[in-house]
Design a protein around this ligand. Sequence first.
Ligand code: GAP
Length: 432
Amino acid sequence: MSDKNIRNEKMEAIVSLAKRRGFVYQGSDVYGGLSGTWDYGPLGVTLKRNIMCLWWKMFVEERDDMYGVDAAILMNQKVWIASGHATGFNDPMVECNNCQGRFVADTVENNKCPTCGKEDTLSGPVQFNMMFKTHVGPVEDESSISFLRPETAQGIFTNYKNVIDSFHPDMPFGIGQQGKAFRNEISPRDFIFRTREFEQMEIEYFVDPAKWEESFEMWRKLVWKWCESIGLSADSIHELEVPEEDRAHYSKRTIDFEYDYPIGRQELLGLAYRTDFDLGNIQREAGKNMEYNVKGTNKKFIPHVIEPSFGVERALMAVLSSAYAEDAVNGEKRVFLKLPEHLAPVKFAISPLLKNKVELVSKAREVYKTLKSKYGAVMWDDNGNIGKRYRRQDEIGTPKCVTIDFQTLEDETVTVRNRDTTEQKRIAINEL
Ligand code: GAP
């Protein structure tokens, strides 16, 4: 495995399954990889989309107080100066003068280099800015500098006034965005947990400053509901009240929601109270009025912001970790993904019992077409014997395998095999 930092057996099993079955591949694998980047294969991209669509449906589509945007990744450099990222989005880094390895300062123990193991070879910490810098246009000078966004949030703040002018929402209201974010992490690690390119799903929820606590509590409950909807058990999620010294520069209160990953308890997502930090900065730096005028009154204020911020890869890794299961069937070890049905990339696998019997194959094709037009995510699988097909489908988390056999030709019923129980039942085709 190209990720040298995978530290545990269950994690190794998940990473290996993810590669073998087409969920997640190392980025640029064919050229030896590019550290901190991962590619999604045919099943991974569907699983990821299912998670993102569920989020969008739950937090944008189904709510009256939410609006969606999709802002450009490249933004005017002034955005990152005003937001404090240009100067403050840093990790303290130390360098080993023996092997030249570079590490996040607070991950190093006993002044010992994590790579070469030498003691007292580490430099003092220097601040390392994690934004990827680039130039926009053909001239590479100070004025053309831009950054790949390190959070999607700023694309929401910069569109706050546009959304108000187009939709005149009542307060409180929120804007949601999903998309790529980039951070030049000093030590990307643990599969897709800490990467240099990832996706976020973020909400900036604009509130009357006097009422921020109510909205914070509302989002706290909604975060729990979200975790449940992606199949994570309540006892695997833990709230961590982040102390002031560890909070991001813009936050007056943060709760990290941590998940018990196979690599240990780690941050899944965050809920922050960003005050008027960002809109206040925009008002000052861009010289544009960011005040909200409460309808029918003279009351005006710069809204405060509650920000639930979700990482797609962290959610996907939690979903895979919670779904990964092993048992024994007929004395043989079986690996399966107990994915919630609504997230499973394939809902049904359709197989003819024998692939060399024309009448079975043509009936199976008919069932396949019917289910495919109804559910979309249906797979044709006639490779190997039926046992091998079940194993393969178990490993990708397909909830139901449908087999067309000779009895189907007589009574229009099929065998439906349940992934979790391995139980098989005869069901009429029109009841699928
Ligand atoms: N806008 C607020 C913000 O970006 P953050 O805690 O830095 O806050 C939010 O990031 C979420 O983004 C994290 O909880 C995590 O899920 C995800 N995330 C952050 N850095 C990541 C990385 N390097 N790799 C994968 N996911 C990451």
